[in-house]
Ligand binder design. Structure first.
Ligand SMILES: O=C(O)CCC(=O)C(=O)O
Length: 259
């Protein structure tokens, strides 16, 4: 999977890669000072179960504990509402190394909905789960599905600990209803999906690497088979010209006007 050196401005080649593949990795884009402080506070919030938390047991994906009361039931999947947890997140979100590439991808005025990815994903060694192939936009409601996710590695991410995998180009493709299950995951049992699934790429990341991916790009991840917790800070962005549909879940919370 191609990666790139520290930059604030995306080159034409990088822009083209994002348009074609629906993702881009910017290596060492986020300074380690951010990585270290977000990692430390995430571990504190994880162990103290602080703030708005999503538990693995609530989603019931393969590998997750059956209920909050069963063994491993308090395994955290996500520390939600990251920006409400510590000022470091707002500092990070206003940094040119993040905003500049987003402006090149989405337009001058960048908005971050608080209703969607605004979290630290916490994939723990025991009781974490497999997330099937999905598009984030499946339950999101905006004027257009043109949204971009920023995924910041707070540690090593690889196939052992459940790094993100993507299906390149799927942000531009149309899918038939029968290719998806009732929860709109791409059906991995279906012969007609096999060619697509064979094109999967793994986003192996090091601390401070930034993965930008289109919210329509299908992605998945396995559970964490390693002995250490995997942490990633994840945010979603839209252009000011792409507002949420009034009354929808996407419009349920305020938004940050970042540029
Ligand atoms: O790390 C994972 O399991 C994938 C998470 C994900 O894709 C999501 O929550 O939308």
């Amino acid at each position: 999977m191609p990666g790139f050196q520290l930059t604030e401005f995306l080159t034409d080649i990088q822009l083209e890669q994002f348009q074609d593949a629906g993702y881009l990795i910017l290596r060492e884009q986020v300074p380690l000072s951010y990585v270290d402080s977000i990692r430390a506070l995430s571990l504190r919030h994880l162990h103290g179960e602080v703030g708005d938390i999503e538990y693995e047991a609530e989603l019931n994906y393969p590998g997750a504990p059956e209920s909050l009361e069963s063994p491993g039931g308090r395994t955290v999947r996500r520390l939600r509402q990251a920006v409400s947890r510590d000022p470091v997140f707002l500092h990070l979100l206003r940094e040119p190394f993040l905003l500049q590439p987003l402006q090149q991808l989405l337009g001058e005025h960048i908005v971050m909905p608080l209703a969607h990815h605004n979290c630290v994903m916490t994939k723990q060694p025991e009781y974490s789960s497999d997330t099937g192939w999905h598009q984030d936009t499946r339950y999101w409601s905006f004027s257009t599905p043109e949204l971009v996710n920023a995924w910041i590695a707070l540690g090593r991410e690889d196939s052992e600990n459940g790094c993100l995998q993507l299906l390149p180009g799927t942000h531009r493709q149309q899918f038939f209803a029968e290719q998806l299950d009732e929860a709109r995951f791409l059906r991995s049992d279906l012969p007609q999906n096999q060619l697509l699934l064979a094109s999967a790429v793994r986003a192996e990341l090091n601390p401070g690497d930034l993965l930008l991916f289109h919210a329509r790009c299908f992605h998945s991840a396995t559970r964490n088979y390693s002995s250490e917790c995997k942490l990633s800070a994840v945010f979603t962005f839209r252009s000011a010209a792409n507002p949420p549909i009034p009354g929808s879940r996407s419009a349920a919370l305020p938004e940050l006007l970042l540029s």
